[in-house]
Design a protein around this ligand. Structure first.
Ligand code: ATP
Ligand code: MG
Length: 289
């Protein structure tokens, strides 16, 4: 892991990323839902190959941040820059094309479609133009289709799932469905992938495998990863920079060691960690859009 260095914005990024602009930046980002301020004054930066964490108690606003970053919601205040370009007024699909991919707190797959076709939905983002052209050139279309199959298989192979390619996605065990959702997001060739509670519902060996996979994603694709997670073992082991939200506001930013020993974080979150885990399990249906 590289040393973390501070930026003028008071965010921190890994030393290896510091000579290039952050892949993602938010400036004083905020959103109100009626009278409720769900996120307020969020200023953060994620380095280009950073594994970043976003943590905080239930209802702190973490998923709302992901919904803002992917333009599911329009911010009430502030802005978002992806690789130096504002994502304001873009659609969710456009933001995905610009380089942000995500997975969801509750798995969203096309359960009746094959595993392979689920990944091809991700690839489709990139082959849409080709498809339009190729519809009038059947040979070309077949070639594109063959390429899409090969590429999709490569993503599955990355997660050791190539042998499941023809199964209906909905028939896979839970952990495999989570991996498939990540594979589909990666197939859109993002420069940053957002993972919303990727370890939720996983047993310890699946969580250990996930940790390894998150590092492999960063190393192999040389992209940034930002994850929301309640599993503090996972967060403290793999995240480089961590941002802690409470009631929609940033209460701390720092390295795992800094966050673990921060009294405000312990008071608001870590001290109650065990309660939160129980709550997270009980309240698995949630307010996510
Ligand atoms: N579309 C919406 N309309 C109204 N309120 C919303 C909406 N989306 C989120 N909220 C509210 O914003 C707050 C933050 O919710 P959010 O889902 O972002 O929390 P979270 O940190 O992801 O929590 P958890 O750890 O339980 O997933 C909550 O009070 C939630 O009820
Ligand atoms: Mg959430």
């Amino acid at each position: 892991m590289s040393k973390m260095v501070p930026l003028p914005s008071k965010s921190i990024v890994p030393e290896r990323d510091v000579n290039k602009p952050p892949i993602l930046e938010t400036n004083h980002l905020g959103i109100d839902f009626g009278g409720l301020t769900a996120v307020d004054d969020l200023t953060l930066a994620v380095g280009r190959t950073e594994i970043a964490g976003l943590i905080g108690p239930n209802g702190a606003g973490k998923t709302t941040v992901f919904n803002l970053l992917t333009n599911v919601y329009q911010p009430t205040r502030g802005d978002i820059m992806l690789d130096g370009v504002s994502t304001s007024k873009k659609s969710t699909a456009q933001v995905n094309k610009m380089g942000i991919a995500r997975t969801f707190q509750n798995i969203r797959l096309f359960g009746h479609m094959s595993v392979l076709d689920n990944v091809k939905v991700g690839l489709h983002n990139l082959t849409k133009e080709n498809l339009a052209v190729c519809l009038t050139h059947l040979f070309g279309y077949r070639k594109t289709e063959k390429q899409a199959n090969e590429q999709a298989l490569e993503y599955l192979d990355f997660f050791g799932m190539a042998d499941m390619a023809n199964f209906p996605a909905g028939s896979l065990p839970y952990g495999a469905q989570r991996r498939l959702e990540i594979a589909r997001a990666l197939a859109t060739k993002p420069s940053i992938i957002l993972l919303d509670e990727p370890a939720a519902g996983m047993n310890p060996s699946e969580t250990a495998e996930l940790m390894n996979n998150i590092r492999r994603i960063r190393d192999n694709f040389q992209i940034a990863v930002m994850l929301i997670e309640h599993d503090m073992n996972l967060v403290m082991n793999i995240c480089e920079g961590i941002c802690v939200l409470d009631h929609g506001k940033v209460i701390a930013k720092g390295t795992p060691d800094e966050i673990k020993s921060n009294p405000t974080v312990i008071e608001a979150y870590l001290g109650k960690k065990n309660d939160k885990k129980v709550e997270a399990k009980e309240g698995e249906t949630n307010a996510e859009s």
